[in-house]
Design a binder for this molecule. Structure first.
Ligand code: ATP
Length: 570
């Protein structure tokens, strides 16, 4: 039966899958550790049997077996390392897709999530599993066996080794108790400072142009200094503890030899037994030493494990959503409210509105009134919402993302393009269908422009569309939104960076879409776009204040602006 721990999360369940590997690692560790007694036995044989008999043949035989056992021990150690390396790689393979998706969703839900952290956590766990660290934990249980053998040689030395093992273990536990929290705090401070630099580098141009580097550096210095101080304190303590441990260990080794010599003087054991006991003692304490040395990687791997476990718990692998028929693109919104972390007032406040299929609805409203948030809710990427967004009567969350995605064309306000060719970007990084790519580019009027690039559609555009102008990026984003003729298009200020020609092609594209029966929701500040609208919605402070056929709403707006301001208004 699976123990409770292994039922806890996807990660622990995955570890349970490796029980056979761990079992065999345990077996090979047993073989290696039993064979580790070889030098002791060899020593006893040489000092005892060989020296006494003076037989060269015995020495040869004993040496032959020694080499044979050494080879078997090396083989067992190699096998267990190999098993662990394979297990680590398989663990990574089994989890990387889950980690990728969870990390992606966590970022969607909170932009503060550090995307790379989850991947380095996974690497940390894998490296711990495949490095010497985990082996120390398999060797440590053999310490009592070595001590038992010491007992056979001399009960006095046996008790002494128990005392030394207890001292060493006590020291380990104490030092861990003292340093565990500090290690974590130092690691957190380090990643805060790293994250700060990373986020500023993403926006390097305004930073450089407006001479903000010095100010930002000042802030980074304070983060970095804090992280250095914490790392220094933590390392200081660790090194102090390591020095104490080393002193204790060396003293213990020599004291064992001294105690052995005393026994020999008193005639209670032979010189061979004395040396053998000494070798055994250091061998018995070695795994404990290794556990101390690998404590830091262990703590880091454990922290990584807990963090990854939490991430995978918060964002488990989703069952594929319901499969519906291809959507027509009718959007109904009922009692929709949206909030954000740390914000008291809602961004969207109990909105109910309908965007009929095959119609173009333009959304107007002052800056900050919640238009982009509404767009995000419609395409199902806003995390903190209440109420319902229904696509063809079905909640947006219930749709299978992979199925729904191709039917949605979404152009966010900040167009982000990805590292790859123009064609790949337009085709949403799916298999490139050249005909559809060209069709989308023609619709947005950028086909000729693309052909003027050195490699046309195969031009690499770099991360975030580095080699394109703002307007070109926006039109490429628009082509990506239109790729594959989606039923629903949500365009958030698609004309913000467009020149007159660009805006004209946009409006032509929108009327083509309307003719083709597509639903278009267009957010804009520019009145030109109204020409394409069937319906008009006006937002203010998170509410829809007007909604209806374009000309009716425009008439209301005109009459409102003609009305003298009421005494209560400011
Ligand atoms: P604009 O016309 O300037 O693009 P908008 O009408 O599209 O504005 P939104 O971007 O939806 O407005 O923002 C509405 C409000 O929600 C703003 O006050 C903004 O500060 C807030 N807001 C938007 N995104 C977030 C977020 N991720 N976290 C907290 N508040 C947010």
């Amino acid at each position: 039966m699976k123990p409770d721990f292994f039922n806890r999360s996807a990660l622990s369940r995955q570890l349970w899958e490796f029980r056979r590997e761990f079992f065999w690692v345990g077996i090979f560790s047993m073989i290696a550790n039993v064979l580790m007694l070889t030098p002791t036995i060899y020593m006893l044989q040489v000092y005892g049997r060989v020296m006494k008999s003076g037989s060269e043949l015995t020495l040869l035989m004993v040496t032959f077996f020694l080499l044979l056992f050494y080879a078997a021990m090396a083989f067992a150690e190699w096998l267990r390392s190999r098993l662990l390396v394979r297990a680590g790689v398989r663990l990574d393979e089994a989890l990387h897709s889950l980690v990728f998706t969870a990390s992606f969703e966590a970022y969607l839900n909170t932009a503060r999530h550090n995307v790379t952290e989850a991947f380095s956590d996974l690497t940390n766990i894998r490296q711990f599993l495949t490095a010497n660290g985990v082996i120390a934990f398999f060797d440590a249980p053999w310490t009592p066996v070595y001590i038992a053998v010491i007992f056979l040689l001399s009960p006095f030395l046996g008790w002494l080794s128990i005392l030394f093992a207890v001292i060493q273990l006590g020291l380990t536990l104490l030092s861990n108790q003292l340093s565990l929290k500090e290690i974590q705090i130092a690691a957190d401070a380090g990643s805060d400072s790293y994250r700060y630099v990373q986020s500023k580098l993403r926006n390097i141009e305004p930073v450089h142009a407006m001479g903000m580097v010095v100010n930002l550096r000042k802030h980074w210095f304070s983060l970095h200094d804090a992280s250095l101080a914490k790392a220094e304190g933590s390392l200081d303590r660790q090194h102090r503890q390591q020095s104490i441990t080393k002193f204790v260990r060396l003293s213990m080794q020599s004291l064992t030899l001294g105690a052995g010599a005393l026994m020999v003087i008193e005639g209670k054991m032979s010189a061979g037994q004395m040396i053998a006991a000494n070798v055994l003692m250091s061998r018995a304490l070695q795994p404990l030493d290794l556990v101390v040395a690998t404590w830091k990687p262990f703590v880091m791997a454990r922290t990584a494990f807990v963090r990854l476990e939490k991430l995978l718990e918060a964002f488990p692998e989703r069952a594929p959503g319901a499969r519906h028929q291809d959507p027509f693109g009718e959007i109904r919104i009922e009692g929709l409210s949206a909030t954000a972390e740390g914000r008291e007032t809602p961004i969207l406040d109990n909105i109910t509105i309908m965007f009929p299929a095959s119609k173009v609805t333009v959304i107007l409203g002052p800056s900050g009134s919640g238009k982009s948030t509404l767009a995000r809710c419609i395409v199902g990427v806003w995390p903190g919402k209440k109420g319902a967004v229904l696509i063809d009567g079905e909640p947006v969350e219930s749709w299978d993302r992979m199925e729904l995605g191709p039917h949605i064309g979404y152009l966010p306000q900040d167009v982000e393009l990805f590292d790859g060719t123009i064609a790949e970007n337009i085709a949403r990084f799916a298999e490139v269908d050249s005909q559809k790519v060209i069709e989308a580019a023609k619709r947005t009027g950028i086909h000729d422009l693309i052909l003027r690039f050195p490699k046309g559609y195969n031009t690499e555009i770099g991360e975030a569309g580095g080699m394109l102008s703002g307007g070109q990026r926006q039109r490429l984003g628009l082509a990506r939104a239109m790729y594959g003729n989606p039923a629903l298009l949500v365009l958030d200020e698609p004309n913000a960076n467009l020149d007159e020609a660009g805006e004209r092609s946009l409006l032509d594209a929108v009327s083509d879409l309307k003719k083709a029966g597509k639903t278009v929701i267009l957010i804009t500040h520019r009145p030109n776009a109204l020409a394409a609208a069937d319906l008009l919605a006006v937002m203010q402070k998170g509410k829809i204040v007007h909604c209806g056929p374009r000309d009716e709403v425009l008439a209301v707006l005109r009459s409102e602006s003609a009305r003298p301001p009421s005494s209560s208004s400011t």
